[in-house]
Design a protein around this ligand. Sequence first.
Ligand SMILES: NC(=O)c1ccc[n+]([C@@H]2O[C@H](COP(=O)([O-])OP(=O)(O)OC[C@H]3O[C@@H](n4cnc5c(N)ncnc54)[C@H](O)[C@@H]3O)[C@@H](O)[C@H]2O)c1
Length: 383
Amino acid sequence: MAARKLGVVMNGVTGRMGYRQHLVRSVLAIREQGGVALSDGTRVQLDPLLVGRSATKLREIAERHDLPRWTTDLDAALADADYPVYFDAQVTQVREKSLLKAMDAGRHVYAEKPSAESLAAALELARHARRAGVKNGVVHDKLYLPGLMKLKRLVDSGFFGRILSVRGEFGYWVFEGDWQPAQRPSWNYRAQDGGGIALDMFPHWNYVLENLFGRVRAVTARVATHIPQRWDEQGRRYEATADDAAYAIFELDDGVIAQINSSWAVRVNRDELVEFQVDGTEGSAVAGLHRCRAQHRTLTPKPVWDPDLAETLRFRDQWQEVPDNALIDNGFKVQWEQFVRHVVEDAPNPYDLLSGARGVQLAEAGLRSSREGRRVELTELTA
Ligand SMILES: NC(=O)c1ccc[n+]([C@@H]2O[C@H](COP(=O)([O-])OP(=O)(O)OC[C@H]3O[C@@H](n4cnc5c(N)ncnc54)[C@H](O)[C@@H]3O)[C@@H](O)[C@H]2O)c1
């Protein structure tokens, strides 16, 4: 049986995320595999309509991937009834306006995180979606990282006993852009353009923490701009006005304490660019993007503090690898499939604009905590 078609307006496909993760690794990969499988065994094939500001770049991408439809006219794309879904991977600052426009046109909306720059705007988006009666979703790709999926498996199995704490280290050195080009867009380092590591990463930490360990109830954070000047894509020097590091303590349900350092000004001495250590009464685990290693209570060695002796124990060798036990697909693609099922057959999708708003709430609370030098409690949000 021929697959049904679902038209998707894709805005921001000339960007880093929009092109690589959403167009190539998700939508085109889904097309390649023959569409998204539904619960009744039929399939839905995706039909992307690319939208952006530069006709030259869009034409080039469309030709490279043999895609017939692209336009620089968002209004026209949203007026086309053959495209009931709107996806947004533009820079954060312009997302809110486009999402509102898409919802007003009756489109289901799916968006990169953060859903908006402020909690007020993010919450209004969630409320607008409810009023408009459209399906909605926000990217939460980190949940599908193989390392975090294995960690979740350990959590669900009860391996940890009572979970005590979570310690996360995220970061790497982002070059300033003078003698070596920066590996991230320059807007990330300008507050006035929607940049900052707290706004970028806290939305991720929020859904990771709440899905694995429990809701975040309070935050104490200190952000910093360690590198005050950088060089942009054109080689021009600019003032870095946004935070490039955030050191935070998150208080979760059931007394779990999570402490996560996020930094673009740190050199990596870890196995992976992000790692979380979880300690529980019955066992501990360290999970990264791909790997997850665990140590059970019964296998825990007994180190003794003695500064006079050189350490002979090889602590990292005392952990056991958690096996994949499954084929783990690209997280962005998995979430696209989940969202398509949500749109087409009403399958559940807990990662909606309200969940996205909680992520923005955490970022905003972290920045306030830093500014005011105090712990900030989070209130329950409703759409
Ligand atoms: N899920 C993740 O892991 C992840 C990772 C990085 C970025 N992001 C998010 O994805 C979004 C895009 O980030 P990126 O790193 O791809 O950025 P990018 O700068 O590479 O791409 C931004 C896109 O927005 C477009 N754009 C820029 N300014 C615009 C304007 N004024 N009006 C309309 N369009 C404009 C660009 O043409 C480009 O298509 C951001 O919201 C960011 O927070 C998510």
